[in-house]
Unconditional design. Structure first.
Lengths: 233, 273
């Protein structure tokens, strides 16, 4: 079990505050779970041509939006009624931002699901496997960053943050390959463009997982890893 | 009558602590004893000029004791003892040294207390009192300085037509501003506030806070408060004290968003230590 920040091991004197914070955290976790499953299902729908699964991914968007709304309201209420300080303040302010990242991840999954429905009508283009590889990386980042959130593990969050580079690299490489395909055979342009968008969506999903990683580190340590990438490397 | 400062009025901009702030006073290895009880343990910190410094901490942590050292209030209590230094600049005098006359110290460092305590005199005489003690007799000079002090305490407009009325006839918030005017009249270098709003309603509290923020451009302020939000609202620097020790001291913004010490974090977030 990774070490929690010490403050969280002590309870608030006002116990209702502990309960409200726990509810906020569990809503984030629930929302994250839904978004993660949307990404996984959207990729499966794409690879297996499963249009019904894609429809379910699109359908889940409403639930995710509802959870985001609940997080907004709970966080605003906590800010107004509890006047949180220090780690409590960081947790609540970052809940607002993390829920926004999760909502974006969910939207990208929906976008992938929609593309997968169109692609299901066409023969599978060859670079699909590279898209699947990017999907695997992005989904892994979403999963691990949510684990880091639940476990309050800044090291794990930072590790996710570092993985974003690999996704960017693979995306760039896929981009070049798809351009080559389209030049060789203009009849593939339509499907290649769809795949390119899917890959772009996956790359953005990884960016949002990276953002969440930054916010977890800020919650725990109050410091930023949100620096220009070249300073870190 | 209209309150002088409505809640909705734009607050005075909080002065930004200078990048390289000037030190007005240095506390060095300060210990303080009530008989055998050690109330302050080896406190070392700098108070910055023209900034607001808040002292926070649970009851009995020593914050009021520390504040009272600044104008030698403890001299009035038997069996008390200071060790260490509080150096006041620019002349670099140790104000807790027995060689320094506490009256001299109080000329330079005034104090505003928890409960408004105007003298049983007129509004005018409350403010003029300290000036008369300093030997100012000229009526025109007294008039000018009383008005300036009342303006500085944002009270002038409310009382200018009834300066002869007793200070005790004012509302609680006005009485506290009268006490601030009294403290300002003698042009002190530092003003100490000991829980200045704990007896006031939220609107009167807001007007005192606004006043503290705006006066800090001209005078150094040290404030003790039990209200952490108040410390967050008015101060540039905050010191957290616990059991007579200085646990953490830094820019208010940093202390309230990311305290470095676990004890500070537990206190700020209301957790069991």
């Amino acid at each position: 079990m990774p070490a929690k920040p010490e403050a969280l091991e002590h309870h608030h004197i006002v116990r209702a505050f502990d309960e409200e914070l726990a509810r906020l955290t569990s809503t984030i976790v629930e929302m994250g779970g839904l978004a993660e499953r949307q990404v996984a299902d959207a990729m499966r729908a794409l690879l297996e041509g499963d249009v019904e699964l894609a429809a379910r991914v699109i359908e889940t968007d409403r639930q995710v939006d509802e959870l985001e709304e609940r997080i907004d309201q709970d966080a605003i209420k906590l800010l107004a009624l509890r006047q949180p300080m220090a780690i409590d303040l960081r947790m609540i302010a970052m809940a607002l931002k993390i829920s926004n990242d999760l909502e974006r991840i969910s939207d990208y999954a929906v976008s992938i699901a929609k593309r997968s429905q169109r692609l299901a009508e066409h023969p599978v283009p060859k670079p699909l496997q590279q898209v699947a590889a990017i999907g695997h990386l992005s989904l892994g980042m979403v999963k691990d960053v949510l684990d880091a959130y639940v476990e309050r593990d800044a090291d794990k969050a930072t590790a996710v943050w570092h993985r974003d580079k690999e996704v960017d690299r693979q995306y760039t490489s896929l981009f070049r390959e798809l351009v080559t395909y389209m030049l060789e055979d203009p009849r593939t342009i339509s499907t290649c463009i769809d795949l390119l968008f899917v890959a772009k969506n996956l790359e953005r999903i990884a960016d949002h997982a990276t953002n969440i990683g930054e916010k977890i580190v800020y919650i725990i340590h109050g410091t930023e890893i949100n620096r220009p990438r070249h300073e870190v490397e | 009558m209209q309150p002088s400062i409505a809640i909705a009025a734009p607050a005075a901009p909080r002065p930004v602590a200078a990048a390289d702030p000037k030190v007005k006073s240095s506390i060095r290895n300060l210990n303080f004893y009530y008989g055998h009880l050690q109330a302050l343990k080896n406190i070392t910190m700098d108070i910055y000029e023209h900034a607001v410094t808040a002292l926070i901490g649970p009851s009995g942590c020593g914050k009021s004791t520390l504040l009272r050292c600044f104008n030698r209030m403890h001299d009035l209590t038997p069996h008390t003892r200071y060790e260490g230094e509080i150096r006041l600049y620019p002349d670099d005098v140790n104000i807790v040294s027995p060689d320094v006359d506490p009256i001299e110290v109080r000329m330079r460092i005034s104090m505003v207390f928890q409960k408004p305590n105007p003298f049983p005199k007129s509004i005018y005489e409350n403010v003029a009192y300290g000036l008369r003690v300093r030997g100012i007799k000229s009526r025109s000079e007294l008039d000018g300085r009383v008005e300036a002090a009342l303006r500085g305490a944002a009270l002038w407009e409310e009382v200018k037509d009834r300066l002869d009325e007793p200070g005790t006839a004012l509302s609680g918030g006005q009485q506290q501003r009268l006490c601030i005017a009294r403290a300002l009249a003698t042009d002190p270098e530092i003003i100490l506030f000991d829980e200045p709003t704990s007896a006031l309603d939220p609107i009167a509290t807001a007007s005192i806070e606004d006043l503290i923020i705006s006066m800090s451009g001209n005078v150094t302020v040290v404030i003790v408060t039990h209200n952490m939000q108040q410390a967050a609202r008015v101060s540039n620097y905050t010191a957290f004290m616990y059991l007579g020790e200085l646990v953490e001291y830094g820019p208010t913004n940093e202390l309230f968003t990311r305290p470095r010490q676990q004890r500070t974090s537990d206190y700020l977030t209301g957790r069991f230590g």
